[in-house]
Design a protein around this ligand. Sequence first.
Ligand code: GDP
Ligand code: MG
Length: 298
Amino acid sequence: MKSGFVALIGRPNVGKSTFLNAILGKKVSIVTPIPQTTRYKIRGIYTDNRGQIVFIDTPGFYKPQHFLGKTLFNFMKDSIKEVDLVLYMTDVTRPVGEEELEIMKMIINENKKTIMALNKIDRGTGFSNDYIEYWNKLTKDLKKNPLLFFVPISALNNKNLDKIIDIIFENLEEGTLLYPQDMLSDLPKEIAFSDIIREKLYMFLKDELPHSIGVNIEEMTEKSENLMYIKAIIYVEKPSHKKIVIGKDGRILKEAGKLARQELETILNKKVYLDLWVKVKEDWPNKPQFLRELGYES
Ligand code: GDP
Ligand code: MG
């Protein structure tokens, strides 16, 4: 039996969450068209008769600007150190950018065995060759290239995802199961639930306020065998943001809340009373103490 940890690394929007959801067959990590909404170190756990792969879904990479940015950057760096393998995902529909080169350098520096997934090939080969060329250029003077394979995939259409799993198992050490067999994610429920609420809000907010919404589950109480009360606070940075989140006649909050409630009911398999509040907390992404309260590690 084999087991180990795999860091899923890549820029925002390359398809990391889509990949995880596809192989785990159930929602564990939020997917939205807006970059940088996955902020937590989410582990998806894949188990079959060959063993167990624990995925660490790192938040998107971006240059540290304020405190929250630094935290994300550190997540990504730390997650490479902790793992047995790196699954580095790129989006072949996008040209190789400067950020991409920084990620490549970071991975190469850590010298971990790496699989490069060239995602979105359902839209053609795109810039695949550029990604391969850049990687080869950066590693040409190394004695040993940490890269095991380039694998073209489509996370959306389930193409070659089994190949990725095969390669991972081939390269993991022997080991026993790290988590119970039926476990999909070891995220605390509160964090997974706040992600669901955030995801539904983003569906209505499109690209407004992508970085300044924080959701905290303040209370979860079992009111009866068939009813869960969940109170969540949605934090925004400014009073004007509060208006946007609530929407005209409260429409956004109501619609997003309804979708979130339905998803929570499916997960919990019981009725949910979802009590949503929007509060202004000036400049919250720059407050370390508050970030910890919301569940961001530092
Ligand atoms: P993440 O930020 O890396 O986690 O990326 P997401 O998984 O949230 O995906 C970002 C966007 O890319 C979403 O709109 C996905 O539907 C889309 N996407 C992901 N994988 C594929 C793929 O294989 N093909 C295509 N065409 N789109 C994809
Ligand atoms: Mg994601």
